[in-house]
Design a protein around this ligand. Structure first.
Ligand SMILES: [Cu+2]
Length: 439
């Protein structure tokens, strides 16, 4: 069944927030997975816009009062799980980090209540959005800070479309470091001439959640432990699911303290927009990696090709989870004697990294445990072994036919003759060409 705005709004009419969220989730699920006809034969779309899908997240329901779309954000402390086995006390909005995605349409008048249930003051800056200066949310500069217990109201008319963000502009380093952020998607007033079939959004972030601790450390700007999409790490990040041939858009925002070259396998995507809305076609760029700089948003689009395609940041330590810092480089070092000696003092001690870090994945399979409340540096099981990834990594799963439930997509079944396979176990196999050794 195709999602209609009427269906979402009737869900909102149901009453409780939980009910609304359930209705939205069900509706979004319908849209993501329903067995719609292929794009070419599809009936024209109806309704104001097709909602985005926030990976592992949700969209904030609105009610309409006198022609104004009314939202209510609550800044509060929350309990967050990065992946099973790693939780933290974070700050977020309406029970989650990132906060719910706000969605509206160019030309909409929006009224946004912000209630502060944090132990300190806050404010909300509408990042990239054109508005009167007094609505810009810079605590001390454009408004009084919102004190604990207070509710402020912001109201403005949306004069643009694009992928935007919201975050505090008050004790910013602390508040963003502990999870306060969200996306603000403004759909164009006129339906897009080149529509997409799937519209995903995600916020990139980094966290100094030192192993064994329970609160992200805002004082650290370099030694981050967790690199996240929508505050989740691989393998807890949802896959992005699509049917072959569908047009997919991924909207990315970056509120972390690093730039992220986001790389997608299997296709050449077009970079089609960002904070400035969807760019004119002549400005689209074909790429396989696009840097989403700190404070930027970037939209990429592509035609889905069947397979399981890695989608990740290309900074290799951003696709890892918590790592010990200042480690000696043991690559190529024979540690066997040292290891035995240390084991007499530290039972279970294991020297790491003589032939690379991949052995870390094997140790995990052997049941070796790290410190409390952290995640293995790399994890995730693929159909052919450990994926050796963490952090900002997920999979774009494209199938010719989609199952009724997204969690049933499973692994790609490679058509016969389309997968790498072993031909020999002899190290001297074949006669590879070598450069002659100099005398
Ligand atoms: Cu990165």
């Amino acid at each position: 069944m195709k999602l209609s705005r009427r269906k979402v709004l009737s869900g909102i009419g149901g009453g409780s927030l939980a009910g609304v969220v359930t209705a939205l989730a069900a509706a979004a699920g319908d849209r993501a997975l329903a067995d719609e006809p292929p794009r070419a034969t599809r009936a024209p779309r109806t309704g104001a816009y097709d909602p985005v899908h926030t990976l592992n997240g949700w969209t904030l329901p609105a009610r309409v009062e006198g022609g104004v779309k009314v939202f209510h954000l609550v800044a509060e402390e929350i309990e967050h799980e990065f992946a099973p086995g790693c939780r933290a006390k974070c700050w977020g909005y309406n029970g989650t980090t990132p906060g719910p995605t706000i969605e509206a349409v160019e030309g909409d008048r929006v009224r946004i209540y912000v209630t502060n249930r944090l132990p300190e003051h806050t404010s909300v800056h509408w990042h990239g959005i054109l508005l009167p200066s007094g609505m810009d949310g810079v605590g001390g500069l454009t408004q009084r800070h919102i004190q604990p217990g207070e509710t402020y109201v912001y109201e403005f008319t949306l004069r643009q479309h694009g992928t935007h963000m919201y975050h505090p502009h008050a004790d910013e380093m602390v508040q963003m470091a502990v999870g306060m952020m969200g996306m603000f998607i403004i759909h164009p007033k006129n339906r897009e001439a080149d529509p997409v079939d799937r519209d995903y959004c995600l916020l990139l972030h980094n966290w100094a959640l030192h192993p064994g601790t329970y609160r992200p450390d805002p004082s650290i700007l370099q030694d981050f432990d967790l690199w996240t999409m929508n505050s989740k790490v691989f393998p807890a990040i949802e896959p992005l699911v699509a049917r072959s041939g569908e047009r997919v858009r991924i909207r990315m925002g970056n509120l972390s303290m690093w730039n992220h070259p986001m790389h997608l396998h299997g296709v050449v995507f077009q970079v089609t927009g960002g904070d400035g809305g969807r760019w004119p076609r002549a400005l689209w760029r074909p790429e396989v990696t696009e840097i989403v700089a700190v404070g930027q948003t970037r939209d990429i689009e592509f035609d889905a090709v069947a397979g399981d395609w890695a989608f990740h940041c290309h900074m290799s330590h951003h696709t890892m989870n918590a790592m010990a810092h200042d480690l000696p480089n043991n690559l190529g070092v024979d540690q066997s004697g040292v290891e035995d000696e240390l084991r007499t003092m530290l039972p279970g001690y294991r020297a790491m990294g003589q032939s690379g870090m991949a052995e870390h994945g094997e140790h995990l399979q052997m049941g070796l445990k790290g410190p409390a409340n952290t995640l293995p540096m790399m994890s995730g099981q693929g159909p052919f072994g450990p994926l050796e990834m963490g952090g900002m990594f997920t999979v774009v799963k494209v199938r010719d036919a989609l199952p009724a439930n997204p969690s049933d997509v499973g692994w790609y079944e490679h058509p016969k003759g389309t997968q790498a396979s072993r031909v020999s176990t002899d190290p001297d196999f074949g006669s590879p060409v070598r450069r002659p050794t100099p005398p």
